[in-house]
Design a protein around this ligand. Sequence first.
Ligand code: NDP
Length: 486
Amino acid sequence: MSSFDYDLFVIGGGSGGVRAARVAASETGAKVALAEDDRYGGTCVIRGCVPKKLMVFASGYGVLADEARAYGWEMQDGAFDWPGFRGKLNAELDRLEGVYRKLLANAGVTTFDARAVLKDAHTVALSSGEEFTAKHILVATGGHPVRPDLPNADLGIVSDDIFHLETLPKSILIIGGGYIACEFACILNGLGVEVTQYYRGAQILRGFDDEARGLVAEAMREKGIDLHLGTNIVEMDRAAGDHSLSAAGTGSDAAAGGLHGHPAKAEGNRAGSGPVWVKSTNGGERVFDMVLFATGRDPNARDMGLAEIGVEIGRRGEIVVDEYSQTAVPSVYAIGDVTNRVNLTPVAIREGMAFVDTVFRGKPTPVDHELIASAIFTQPEMGTVGLSEEDARALEPVEIYCTSFRPMQSAFADRPDRVLMKLVVSQASRKVLGCHIVAPNAGELIQLAGIAVKMGATKEDFDRTVAVHPTMSEELVTMRTPMRTA
Ligand code: NDP
């Protein structure tokens, strides 16, 4: 008989925490509790991947409607009904939250709608005043979006806020060049918002394959996004002569990206509450209905008593863990974004499963963070697995197989869209070290290519595979001559 209240206490009801809790409870018979102080489902389900992907779908229909005309359909122009869509979106998120709660209940996990902090290596104190002991504690508290350290930055919204907007702005400035900035630039552009994006670096999507991100940037511009590279925001304030402060984001004509001389006095600032005056690093001054900061996310590891009990906290505020997700305090483990390893939902889930295997099944299971395929839901999407050409070249001699072309579907509709299929191949081992796809549904394609790359497929294995015709991805198995060797 354990002297603890629970075998496992999970803090955080997102993808990673819920998976670990329910598998530990239902498959190993552990007595498990979970505390969540916000909505069950966490970032992915409530304010990330899921609502974002539904918005990606919503934003794609404008172009599809145009394309349908080119294919002979008679179409009437119509406007996008944001409140209508948002209502359905919220209903879907409510449903999914219910599913998460039910999964936990069915697995026999006791849940607490409360914030939890650690009192010692085995004790959790809840905001409800209750305290519980547990043999193991799993911290799965995720992360949160951060604004830059800039006066009046609170005037700008962050990604969490987008799903709650009363109305869509007429114009928006997006700061950042990462996943979230680029995805929302495309989504909002597709929904009819005038999108301007400032990225401080030389090219968006830093760290990804140069050729692939170059094509994404080109496509974004072609679709109407006003992308400024090497540009950042230096000052911001409420716009002068702002007539629409009481009507949040209604898009006054005066605010639609026009030039304004100087800022107004800032009082009672509130994110998204009216047009914002912005000065950029190149000296330009503009006014936007809204500013979105997509400038990164920080781990949720503060004010939880972690450092006080001996858990090591890293430079970015993340919980430092070993390959088994164990912290410096042996009874305390951490998974997901709060550990700032690879901040993706399926990775958090994997880490949760590996934790259960290690701690409750007696099978020490390190988490494999190699060759994780991922997708960026820009328009077109980018799917990627393995090394970029640049990273691979730095390690060993490589051959680059690459083709970029106009896909049949949009070419027929006379659209200029291009796709990219690229393989980075080791000269020595012949293994495909990296696969990069920019194309509609690249996320779906890279999931499958990712299996081959993870298995260690060689270029010759790709070549032995007969093409599926006519598809875009058949090019991945028909490229015969390297475009470059290096
Ligand atoms: P990222 O870290 O990917 O990007 C942050 C961006 O903001 C970078 O372009 C960065 O520039 C820029 N930035 C940071 N600080 C400042 C500043 N002070 N001023 C101006 N620009 C700044 O973060 P995201 O918020 O886009 O996404 C967070 C994480 O969420 C991702 O890393 C990813 O793991 C996950 N995610 C995954 C998705 C998917 O799988 N499709 C979708 C959305 C999120 P610089 O490059 O110069 O550092």
